[in-house]
Design a protein around this ligand. Structure first.
Ligand SMILES: O=P(O)(O)OP(=O)(O)OP(=O)(O)OC[C@H]1O[C@@H](n2cnc3c(O)ncnc32)[C@H](O)[C@@H]1O
Ligand SMILES: [Mg+2]
Length: 191
């Protein structure tokens, strides 16, 4: 029997990719989604993730997972990091590229953090996945966030130019989900 996970997210693209990853490589889990936009506090990626998952578990009233994606520019000491959503909304692909003009590196890390809470009042556990790459001028279909400007290291395509299978084979999200699923598989069935 597949185990059901409640995934609290307001982002349909995240949900689609997570479902795809779970169905193509990480069998045994089915997602039930809850479209709740939880306020995100400031802090490190881990602080933001833990607090969001705590709040989600209270709203759901049971076990749940949440996910936070950060895009960390090496030249800027890791920023925009967890604040990428707001930078992207305000200045877009071109603006993010221009931010790095004049720096000696365009290296960036895509960081995905899944958080799992066993229920209200329990401390969320974090599972991180990282993909190294660089920020390039936008190429490819721009349906999902900053995919057109992120080119994984050693590849000649941006995330947006890859098929879903190619992206899922190396993505920050896949790497974090892989760890989350390993943990959940080891839990007793009725946990
Ligand atoms: O409700 P939640 O799950 O928080 O969804 P969100 O859209 O608010 O997501 P985040 O807070 O994690 O912000 C991450 C930003 O990065 C974008 N993003 C997330 N994963 C991405 C990916 O794999 N490729 C491109 N952009 C991505 C996303 O659209 C947001 O603008
Ligand atoms: Mg969010």
């Amino acid at each position: 029997m597949p185990r059901t996970l409640v995934f609290v997210t307001g982002n349909p693209n995240k949900l689609r990719e997570t479902r795809h990853i779970l169905s193509s490589g990480l069998e045994g889990f089915e997602l039930e989604s809850r479209d709740l936009d939880i306020p995100e506090l400031q802090g490190t990626t881990a602080d933001v993730s833990r607090e969001k998952c705590r709040r989600a578990a209270e709203l759901v009233g049971g076990p749940c997972i949440t996910e936070d994606t950060a895009l960390c520019f090496e030249a800027l000491g890791g920023l925009p990091g967890p604040y990428i959503k707001w930078f992207f909304k305000s200045i877009g692909h071109d603006g993010l590229n221009k931010m790095l003009d004049g720096f000696s590196t365009r290296a960036a890390t895509a960081l995905c953090t899944f958080a799992y809470s066993a229920g209200p009042g329990t401390e969320p556990l974090l599972f991180e996945g990282r993909t190294e790459g660089e920020i390039v001028a936008a190429r490819g279909d721009g349906k999902f966030g900053w995919d057109p400007i992120f080119q994984p290291a050693g590849k000649d395509k941006t995330y947006a130019e890859m098929t879903p299978e190619e992206k899922d084979g190396l993505s920050h999200r896949y790497r974090a989900l892989d760890k989350l699923c390993e943990y959940l598989k080891a839990l007793p069935e009725n946990d």
